[in-house]
Design a protein around this ligand. Structure first.
Ligand code: NAI
Ligand code: MG
Length: 357
């Protein structure tokens, strides 16, 4: 296999800290598993925006196009509006590269306390193991709409939701295929009682796709009730498929239920592989702890597990996952968000040691 090239965008705040940690672990893994990975770093960020008036250069997307994958930390910084950092970097990458699947797995690790485990002491590690599959390029996050009459009492805003048969079918197909490789159960998040055009359409298209997968069980659940069930009985779920907005909210919720947003990973995937896919933790730039060396690198490390799987290195991916699991078990190598006192560097070193073993 020839060299696989990875574009690295640290971004802002703790983004570069967790990405550097992940690079160190990937270097160790590459040695042990003979991976041929090469990296190029890009300083695209809110810092760059402050200096040059743009999050990334004009030709950034052309620059990224030939890479095999993109590893991203987080973007966003006080003083730069969040919609500027999001629409100036993340969203153009997701959309231009047709990363229409956003996969966000969640599991309960041994040693990671959580509101869920306190409330349900019977919830064993591994007892909760689910993936939120979020539609990533259309739906509620659309560019269609506008604002009028700014500053007048009749000021108004319109934001349209866009749901296409192609868009809903392919995300549902991805969810059903994924469920086949897991426990074979899909939950579709809907709101067809209240949202009367797009959500009944979503339901119809998902049902069409489900008909082609008779070996996968599935249910549609209203998003409000589903949010409550994910908190109260998360062990019931396997793959949850939702629109851009529902998937976004549900995956933050599942991360919190599992213990910390600091451990939650995500993959923005173009399953056709025409374009590079992007791997990033769910969390943001965490300005409150940036520069202190205490950020939890696990969300980014787990994202790297997903990247290695995507790049065709399943053994290296499972070795890294195992190293993460073992590291979390040890109270001495947990960061502050998990009730520990380890630094980013200490957690990273522990993972590197396990990878080398
Ligand atoms: P955040 O995820 O950055 O932080 C929320 C809370 O979780 C903070 O208390 C933070 O210290 C903690 N936290 C997050 N990641 C952690 C980690 N790895 N280890 C330990 N603690 C961690 O979300 P917030 O504060 O709403 O947003 C901060 C900035 O990040 C904003 O500018 C926002 O737009 C941006 N953001 C960027 C995202 C991305 O690049 N994909 C995603 C979410 C937010
Ligand atoms: Mg979110």
């Amino acid at each position: 296999m020839s060299t696989q090239r990875i574009a690295v965008i640290g971004g802002d705040g703790i983004g570069p800290e967790v990405v550097d940690a992940t690079r160190a672990v990937l270097d160790a893994l590459a040695e042990v598993h003979s991976l041929d990975l090469a990296y190029d770093e890009f300083d695209w960020s809110c810092r760059r925006y402050a200096e040059h008036g743009a999050m990334m250069p004009d030709d950034a997307l052309d620059t990224l196009r030939p890479y095999d994958a993109i590893l991203l930390g987080a973007v966003g910084w006080p003083g730069v509006p969040d919609h500027v950092s999001l629409w100036g970097l993340l969203i153009p990458i997701r959309r231009t590269f047709r990363q229409y699947v956003n996969e966000r797995p969640m599991t309960v690790f041994e040693g990671v306390d959580s509101p869920l485990r306190r409330a349900r002491p019977g919830t064993e590690p591994g007892g909760v193991d689910l993936v939120v599959v979020r539609e990533n390029v259309e739906g509620e996050y659309s560019e269609v709409g506008g604002r009028m009459n700014r500053g007048f009492p009749d000021e108004m805003a319109v934001q349209e939701s866009i749901f296409t048969r192609v868009g809903v079918s392919r995300i549902a197909e991805h969810a059903f295929d994924l469920a086949k490789r897991r426990t074979g159960y899909v939950t579709s998040a809907t709101k067809s009682n209240g949202i009367v055009h797009t959500m009944p359409f979503w339901d119809e298209v998902v049902a069409d796709v489900a008909a082609g997968h008779p070996d996968v069980r599935w249910d549609a659940e209203l998003i409000d009730a589903l949010a409550a069930k994910v908190v109260l009985e998360p062990e019931r779920f396997d793959v949850i498929v939702g629109s851009n907005l529902f998937g976004d909210i549900l995956s933050d919720l599942t991360a919190a239920v599992a213990g910390s947003i600091g451990i939650a990973p995500s993959a923005n995937i173009d399953p056709t592989r025409e374009f590079p896919s992007m791997f990033e933790p769910v969390h943001g730039s965490a300005p409150d702890i940036a520069g202190k060396g205490i950020a939890n690198p696990v969300g980014t490390l787990w994202s790297a597990v997903m990247m290695l799987d995507h790049l065709g290195h399943p053994e290296a991916a499972s070795a890294l996952m195992e190293a993460i699991r073992e590291t979390l078990k040890d109270p001495a190598t947990r960061t502050g968000d998990l009730g520990g006192s380890a630094s980013t560097a200490e957690v990273t070193e522990a993972v590197v040691q396990r990878v080398r073993r």
